[in-house]
Design a protein around this ligand. Structure first.
Ligand SMILES: C[S@@+](CC[C@H](N)C(=O)[O-])C[C@H]1O[C@@H](n2cnc3c(N)ncnc32)[C@H](O)[C@@H]1O
Length: 233
């Protein structure tokens, strides 16, 4: 409980969550620029993802997008593996909470969720995180660079990518070449798939050569990012 006194106004605030909500309770391994799970879920929904298509992230880092997409498809409640600060309140109704928790029914899915990254460490992290989240039966992680990326067998789905931005990691110039290479791979390998890219700069999305519509700005790690999404390629 916090009390803030401003002149003759006292504001009490009570933290009902405890740990931040993006901490789902299973992810131990994170890379240097992870996307928060809450933001990943938001961008998947903004891209129209409902759990009925395969999802692929070719720069998957710690695996946030494939794991979050698998959880959506499998009907797994976010935060199922953690506790919340409201459970310590005097008025907490443990029976009502248990009823609510057990009302979330997992679904079976025949979809697959793919992650790749050029960094072997990222792939090891993603594999551990998918195991801990209980979704590894439906995920597949491989160490592959963008230029060697191949379309997975099966139906078309959603490619969702959170590439490096340059503001935090390295500088921007090589990023234009990276985005151009990404666009070439997507156009040649991923016919019929939709593409969603989260980035800080319209010019980086444009460098892919794909046609996108841009969503609203969202704060992320001190920056403002947007989702750029295409129709089926
Ligand atoms: C911003 S991080 C992605 C973070 C990820 N969304 C997460 O939540 O952990 C960008 C990733 O792109 C990868 N990457 C950079 N260049 C690449 C390339 N040419 N091919 C494949 N992966 C690349 C990096 O290794 C890094 O893991």
């Amino acid at each position: 409980m916090k009390a803030r006194i401003d002149d003759n106004l006292v504001t009490f605030s009570l933290d009902s969550s405890g740990e931040s909500l993006h901490k789902r309770g299973f992810k131990e391994a994170v890379n240097k620029a992870p996307m928060r799970e809450t933001l990943a879920a938001l961008f998947l929904r903004e891209a129209g993802y409902t759990g009925t298509e395969p999802v692929l992230d070719p720069m998957c880092g710690s695996g946030t997008f494939p794991i979050e997409a698998a959880e959506i498809a499998m009907g797994l409640a976010p935060g199922r593996a953690r506790s919340f600060a409201f459970e310590n309140l005097a008025s907490f109704d443990a029976a009502a909470w248990e009823t609510l928790r057990s009302s979330v029914a997992p679904r079976s899915t025949d979809q697959h969720f793919y992650g790749s990254d050029r960094d072997q460490g990222a792939i090891a992290m993603s594999t551990r995180n998918a195991d801990a989240a209980g979704v590894s039966e439906h995920t597949n992680f491989t160490c592959t660079s963008i230029s060697d990326l191949k379309r997975p067998e099966g139906p078309a789905g959603l490619v969702i990518i959170n590439p490096p931005y340059g503001a935090r990691i390295g500088n921007k110039k090589p990023l234009f070449a990276l985005h151009a290479a990404l666009g070439t791979t997507l156009k040649t390998e991923f016919r019929g798939w939709r593409v969603a890219i989260i980035t800080t700069e319209a010019s980086l999305a444009i460098a892919t050569g794909l046609t996108f519509s841009a969503g609203p700005y969202v704060p992320h790690g001190g920056l403002k990012v947007r989702l750029y999404q295409s129709g089926p390629l």
